[in-house]
Design a protein around this ligand. Structure first.
Ligand code: GRF
Length: 195
């Protein structure tokens, strides 16, 4: 299956998927990486791996961004879009063309701790402040709202009494890498159905 990625930051989940494809753990080909952030680790990692990498943002494309993203995905024959730390909403054309073919990974147990502003360390701060004993990660379908579409899979990690947002973030992130690869494998094999 041909994969396309959108990412805004570091790109550690992207790297985990690329590595799994290279090792034959995942029967998929990373075809393109798109970022709104020209300085993102994700674009750098893609370039190091020889994967076509594009900086597409409202600054570079204005009103035409949605169309530019869609055309780029289609030109690279992407079949499944994976959001790995993408901080922007997708536009209506991309969402319509890839309906039920876009997944996101979120570092908490949705439907709790999702939505606008719930990204990065904010998520883990909120989990600790709420006194949760468990956190984890969720992979879900993407729709018009942040962190909202149907939940496809979740994984859990404990929240320990002496956790800081940083220690919890680290525990969740380490789990995310294997969880994302495993869940994409299940999507590709049809064990998890997208529609
Ligand atoms: C991950 O925690 C993911 O769940 C969230 O953004 C973060 C991206 O991290 N959506 P990285 O860029 O993959 O290292």
């Amino acid at each position: 299956m041909n994969l396309g990625f959108l990412a805004s930051g570091r790109g550690s989940n992207l790297q985990a998927v690329i590595d799994a494809c290279k090792r034959g753990r995942l029967c998929a080909t990373p075809r393109v990486v798109i970022s709104n952030n020209s300085a993102s680790g994700a674009l750098e990692k893609a370039r190091q791996e020889g994967i076509p990498a594009y900086h597409l943002s409202s600054h570079t494309h204005g009103e035409g961004l949605d169309e530019a993203i869609l055309k780029t995905l289609q030109r690279h024959e992407v079949e499944l879009v994976v959001l790995v730390g993408y901080m922007k909403k997708l536009g209506p054309r991309t969402l319509a063309a890839y309906r039920n073919r876009i997944v996101n990974i979120h570092p908490a147990l949705l439907p709790k701790f999702g939505g606008q502003g719930m990204y990065g360390i904010n998520v883990h701060k909120a989990v600790i402040e709420a006194g949760e004993r468990e956190s984890g990660a969720t992979i879900h379908l993407v729709d018009e709202e942040y962190d909202h579409g149907a939940i496809l899979a979740q994984t859990r990690v404990p929240v320990l009494p002496d956790d800081t947002p940083q220690t919890l973030a680290q525990r969740v992130l380490e789990r995310e890498h294997a969880f994302l690869v495993e869940t994409l494998g299940k999507i590709i094999s049809g064990e998890i159905r997208l529609d």
